[in-house]
Design a protein around this ligand. Sequence first.
Ligand SMILES: [Zn+2]
Ligand SMILES: [Zn+2]
Length: 446
Amino acid sequence: MSILADARALDAQEPVCDACLGRVFADRSHGLTNDERGRSLRIAAALDDDEPHEPIDPESCWVCEGRCAAFDEWAERCAAAVEDIEFDTYQVGTRTPPLIEENERLFRETADLDPEAGELFKSEFNREVGKRVGRLTDTTVEFGRPEIQFTLDLEADHVEVDVHSTFVYGRYRKLERDIPQTEWPCSDCDGSGYVGKQVCDTCDGSGYLYQDSVEGLTAPVVRDVMDGTEATFHGAGREDVDARMLGTGRPFVIEVMEPRRRNVDVERLEGDINAFAEGRVEVEGLRLATYEMVERVKGLDASKRYRADVEFDGAVDDAALTDALAELEGATIEQYTPHRVDHRRANLTRERAVYEAEGERADAYHATVEIHGEGGLYIKELISGDEGRTEPSLAGLLGVDATVTALDVVGVYGEAEDFEAEEFFREDAAATSDTDAGSPADAADE
Ligand SMILES: [Zn+2]
Ligand SMILES: [Zn+2]
C-alpha cells in the first residue's frame, strides 16, 4: 500500500492528532516533526481526494489521550522544577501509561500495519519535551551522563527530577599526624555515640574514633559551597593514620550529591577549605572534574615517595648507609604479608620495585631516608625487614635493627601517566564563554 493509503486507513480511526498519525511514519523524511508529518499527510490526502481539509483538535485524540498537546506544559513544569538549580546538561525520560501503549498497537493493527511501525510514543515525548526544556533553560541535552535527569510520569501527573552528583578534583596535604583520611566511625557504638542508653566511653559520644579526618575537614565545605545534600571523599589510596601527607600531596575527588551550584570558583573554594581546615589539612590544584575522575583517582596505579625517620639499634656510618641505599635503589623487593596487616587478608608474597632510595644520617643511630617505590610497597617493612619477611631490606643490608619512628608520604604519582589529564576535567562555564568571546583574529596571530 502507498503511504497515502496507509495514512487514510489510520485517519479513518478518528479522532487522531497529527503527531500520533505522523509518528507511524517517523522513519521517513528527516527534519520534520511527527506533527508536521501527520498534518502534511492529511493535507496530501485531502488534496488527492479533493475534499476539504479539517484540522484536528489534538486534545480530542484517542491514541495519546490528548498528551501530544501538552509538550509545552510538561516542559514548563520541568523548567519550574529546577528554577533554582544550576546545570548545563539534562535528559528527559517518559513513563508511558500502559493504556497509551495499548492504543498505539491497536491504532496500527487496525490499519493493517506493523504494531511497532514508526517510533514509540515515549521517544517522541522525550524529544519534544526535551527540545523545549533546552530552550527554556538554555541548557543542552546529554544522553551519556546528564547533570539533571527529568522523568515525566504521565499517569501520576508528576515530574521527577534527579540532580546528579558533581565532582571536584584536587591534591591534599595532611600536615598533622593521627588524622584518618575518611571519617572513622567508632566501632564500639557503631558510630551512634551510645552503647545502649549510655554515652559511649570510647569516643565520648561523638560516634567517631578520631575527631578530624581529611574528609571531614574538606568535603563539608565543598558540599556547602555547591549547596548539595551530601559529599563523599574519594582518595587515590590513603596513608596510615599516623603518617603525614606532605610534598605535592595526594590526589582526591570530592563528590557532591544533588548540588544546586556546579560552576563554582575553585580558587575561592580552595581558600575556603584551607581556612576551615586551619592548617591541619591543605588542598591545592582544585578543578571541576567529570564523573570519570572518581574511577581514575581510585584505580590509576600510583607510585609513592616516602620520607621516613629511622632509628638503628647499632651504630651506622655514612658509607654503610650510602651503600645500603644504593643497593635498594632499583631493587625488586619480596614482601610476605606483614604482621601488622589485617590477619584476615590472604598471606602471600608480593614483589614491588624501589625506584629511588636516598638518605642522610643525623647521627650514628638516626637517619632520614626517602624512598620512591611502586604502589603497594610496604615501606615500614622495607626498612625493618619485618623479621625476614621482606627481602632485601635496609636493616638486612646494614646488619642492624632499623625501625621507622615517623613516616610521611611526600608524593603520589600516576605510574603510567599523570592523574591530571585534561579529559577528566570539566571546563567551568565562565571560562568557556570567555574563550568564545576572544576574537579569531587574535588567536590566529599566535
Ligand atoms: Zn495523539
Ligand atoms: Zn563510640
